[in-house]
Design a protein. Structure first.
Lengths: 290, 256
């Protein structure tokens, strides 16, 4: 049973990240996903210090607030003349460091382990269960991630054409009256939400792997946005299953193995993709030469 | 022209990037059914002018009226062709899907494009000679074909007033011909089209009126009386490079 909950948690994290990651990489904002997932750390720490509990709702709010602060600061520095990659680098490392300091300062009084925040501990999610009226409803993390996934699916499917057009051609989107900035912040909000829902299980660092690697693999395997989203989710889910199996076999970090599995799948896509893969390109080149 | 109902009336429009004015106090009024060329050297603010009219960049001051009303109330009557380089052509989508995006302004907030939108889009692709490429991944199209997809998308917007940002830039002869045919067709339908244009040699052939700008408006009026060597010299200053045919030399060459 424990294996089931771990794989399910991993699959939910992977699905949330895989969907959002597609839009991030198509907007050339992969690094923003990285930035947000790190910048939420002080939000988590502050929410924990203020509420004194590891109740997910407070952490979700705190993290979401810092996700927005990060996005806002990045925009502010960029429009103030700092190069965009530099402003991302400044904001997320500085905020992440604040989070590290806050947690380490209070390490003696509080039960919030830095390693756990950074790398997650997916094996423990099954011990923290949601109980209502004495009935055990399964791990809290699964409920939180399930809720996050439903929100993501709802928002993306309701506004699919807006997200697509603002990603492909923001100028036309704005000319048509679509609020481009609103959809930008909506996407950032969803990424913040996914990051904080995932941090307990895979941690702030590895969540980036699931945010970027499955979409990057899917991008190599298809020429359409719809299938890219589906393939990305599939790669994420397969990664979590294969990663869990590998972790059991090797007795290694589960979250680490999941991201490694995603990396292996990406490498396979890079080599073997029928259209964009290295082998296909090589074959096409030798055929052209012959 | 009935006053106040011109397709486009721009008054004293000023746009600045980081406090540096790029477009200064431009005033002009487009007449219905005209093809209008926006002409000027690099960095003259031609694209910026269009973007400011469409509200894509904030303007410092000035007023823009589309058929007598602010742009925000007239979006469905306006079509826009951005510069081809402004988008990522590696985006995972195909030509028909890009053209369908032109219909988004006519769909409700939650409505997805359906069969009807696809048919309109296919029809528009056909008008630019691209119907055979509907399912082609956009990165596998040539530059000219990509430009035609953009034009088809603007057609799908089914507008009355069009803005095109350098549609002729770097396109092949077939595409140039397709664009000219299309402009003629739009004019016949009584639509008004403003085109940012670089190639001085073709201005007299393509446009009814020209707007010469270099930061500020140099001149605006019918091509015959406005596209003159004196005004061009003022527009381009010393930058009118050797080899660019000025109208007098150009019309002589055309005659031969």
């Amino acid at each position: 049973m424990s294996g089931f909950w771990i794989v399910l948690t991993g699959a939910l994290v992977a699905s949330c990240c895989a969907i959002l990651g597609c839009f991030l990489i198509l907007r050339r904002m992969a690094l923003i996903g990285d930035a947000i997932s790190h910048a939420v750390l002080p939000g988590i720490a502050i929410a924990f210090l203020m509420s004194g509990t590891r109740d997910s709702i407070f952490m979700l709010l705190g993290a979401a607030a810092f996700g927005f602060i990060a996005v806002f600061l990045i925009e502010m520095f960029r429009s103030g003349g700092v190069q965009s990659d530099a402003s991302i680098g400044v904001v997320f490392t500085a905020l992440f460091a604040v989070g590290v300091v806050l947690i380490s300062l209070n390490a003696r009084n509080i039960d919030l382990d830095l390693d756990c925040v950074l790398f997650g501990e997916i094996a423990y999610v099954q011990w923290s269960t949601l109980e209502i009226g004495g009935a055990d409803l399964g791990p809290k993390a699964v409920w939180l991630l399930g809720f996050t996934l439903v929100v993501i699916l709802l928002v993306i499917s309701l506004f699919y054409k807006q997200f697509k057009l603002t990603s492909f051609d923001p100028a036309l989107a704005a000319a048509l009256g679509i609020p481009v900035a609103l959809f930008h912040y909506a996407l950032m909000g969803l990424v913040s939400m996914a990051s904080v829902s995932s941090f307990e299980s895979v941690g702030a660092i590895l969540v980036v792997g699931l945010l970027i690697i499955p979409p990057a693999a899917a991008y190599l395997l298809t020429d359409r946005l719809g299938p890219m989203l589906v393939i990305s989710v599939a790669v994420g889910i397969v990664s979590s299953i294969a990663g869990y199996a590998a972790a059991v076999a090797l007795d290694a970090s589960i979250a680490g193995c999941m991201v490694c599995a995603a990396g292996v799948l990406f490498a396979a896509a890079f080599l073997l993709s029928p259209k964009h893969g290295l082998l296909a390109l090589r074959r096409a080149r030798s055929r052209a030469a012959a | 022209m009935k006053n106040g109902t011109a397709p486009l009336a721009v008054e004293n429009l000023t746009v600045a990037y980081r406090k540096k004015p790029v477009v200064r106090g431009v005033t002009f009024e487009a007449a219905e059914g005209e093809l209008i060329g926006i002409i000027g050297p690099n960095g003259a603010g031609k694209s910026t002018l269009i973007k400011a009219i469409l509200g894509l960049v904030p303007s410092l001051e000035g007023d823009v009226r589309i058929y007598g009303r602010p742009y925000g109330q007239q979006r469905k009557r306006v079509g826009y062709v951005p510069q081809r380089e402004s988008v990522d052509w590696d985006f995972p989508t195909h030509a028909l899907d890009v053209v369908t995006m032109g219909r988004y302004g006519h769909l409700g907030m939650f409505k997805r494009p359906g069969k009807q939108e696809k048919e309109i889009a296919l029809d528009c692709l056909d008008k630019v000679g691209m119907a055979g490429f509907a399912n082609r991944q956009i990165s596998q199209l040539s530059g000219g074909q990509q430009q035609r997809v953009f034009l088809a998308r603007a057609l799908a917007q089914d507008a009355e007033l069009y803005f095109m940002d350098e549609p002729f830039a770097g396109v092949d002869a077939a595409t140039e011909k397709a664009i000219i045919t299309l402009l003629g067709e739009l004019k016949r339908q009584g639509k008004t089209v403003l085109v940012v244009h670089h190639d001085l040699a073709t201005v007299a052939d393509y446009f009814d009126s020209v707007l010469l700008i270099n930061g500020e408006k140099i001149a605006y009026g019918p091509t015959a009386s406005t596209f003159t060597p004196e005004l061009l010299h003022r527009t381009y200053g010393g930058k009118l490079a050797f080899g660019i045919p000025v109208p007098a030399a150009f019309s002589a060459a055309k005659g031969g």
